[in-house]
Write a protein that binds this ligand. Sequence first.
Ligand code: FAD
Length: 392
Amino acid sequence: MRPDLFEAPDYYNLDELLSEEHKLVRDAARQWVKRDITPIIEEFAQKAEFPKQIIGGLAEIGAFGPYIPVEYGGAGLDQISYGLIMQEIERGDSGVRSTASVQSSLVMYPIFAYGTEDQRKKYLPKLATGEYMGCFGLTEPDHGSNPSGMVTNFKDKGDHFLLNGAKLWISNSPFADIAVVWAKNEEGRIHGLIVERGMEGFSTPETHNKWSLRASATGELIFDNVKVPKENLLPGKNGLGAPLGCLDSARYGIAWGAIGAAMDCYDTALRYAKERIQFGKPIAATQLQQKKLAEMITEITKAQLLAFRLGQLKNEGRATTAQISMAKRNNVEMAIKIAREARQVLGGMGITGEYSIMRHMMNLESVITYEGTHDIHLLITGADITGHNAFK
Ligand SMILES: Cc1cc2nc3c(=O)[nH]c(=O)nc-3n(C[C@H](O)[C@H](O)[C@H](O)COP(=O)(O)OP(=O)(O)OC[C@H]3O[C@@H](n4cnc5c(N)ncnc54)[C@H](O)[C@@H]3O)c2cc1C
């Protein structure tokens, strides 16, 4: 892959709205991505392997639990810092950002928000340093967009719970030390359980042959009469709202992360268009390429404003699920469209691993589907504004 010459676009001087801490956090993540992600990511994506050596670096830039309080090992930052970290990591690769999102929002957050003090103390500091890696099991082979239909279940056996079922499409599962698993009790109520690697009957086969998020490990979670200690139940919240609360946090991070992927594609296309000469002039001097580039920066700027305002609302505890859905949906679509256009600006070179664009484009095909599909987020907005739920 070529040297990383990335320069972040800031067309509306958004930096002026950031605090010194935001900029410090963002710049540290940006430099880390340039130094530790860009040089290796193409190789790991090509060989479809998660680069485990980056776990320590992710922890150092505060990507594991950015907004979890310092007393539990988190970085104690606000929601805008969290968003900026996700933006910078996804500028490098959506798969790496997925690993950080899962660890922070889908594993640390539920333990922090719904766990006991003992669970917080036992798991959060180790998750913050990357000594433990986690995964989040909600989706099942027959229940994706409709997780309420899940069949994974646990029975009370007196001194332990007996867990049975299977989860599919689980990021980080092949190497995770712990899994936050959502399952129904005997009354059909959804609860979260912490399942640890090594428990008898628990296995995590890897899913192969992905064309997307190749540098992120994805797999299954299989529970065959797994004895889960009773103290591993997350007691603070139950029902579908518990996992959906985690998804709100992760989707918020994705709304920022997608901007990073889009910025990288735009920056690459802009630089290439200025340098590439055809018909005796740079292709950047042609109206057709200018239309592409001008529309890209316009859409990136709108997405940045959406994410920033959402971050302010989130800091105030006022961001709604529907507002988060709108930002996730809009910003991921914006990014995937920009990746497709940017790929064309590079002509044939755009399909090679010399440049990051095609990798971003393929990654974003997962990002537009996971954490609620593009359609489902539209239906969430539709239900919010009309009062009519069109899911069923
Ligand atoms: C790479 C990757 C990583 C993932 N990581 C995780 C993870 O870590 N943990 C986890 O729990 N899950 C994870 N997922 C699962 C992801 O969240 C699901 O794939 C997603 O929710 C969609 O579910 P599905 O694939 O079963 O599609 P389906 O729900 O079967 O949907 C298929 C199509 O039907 C549409 N559709 C569904 N219902 C409706 C409706 N009511 N009206 C109109 N259209 C509808 C959808 O929009 C979609 O286009 C991951 C997925 C991928 C691809």
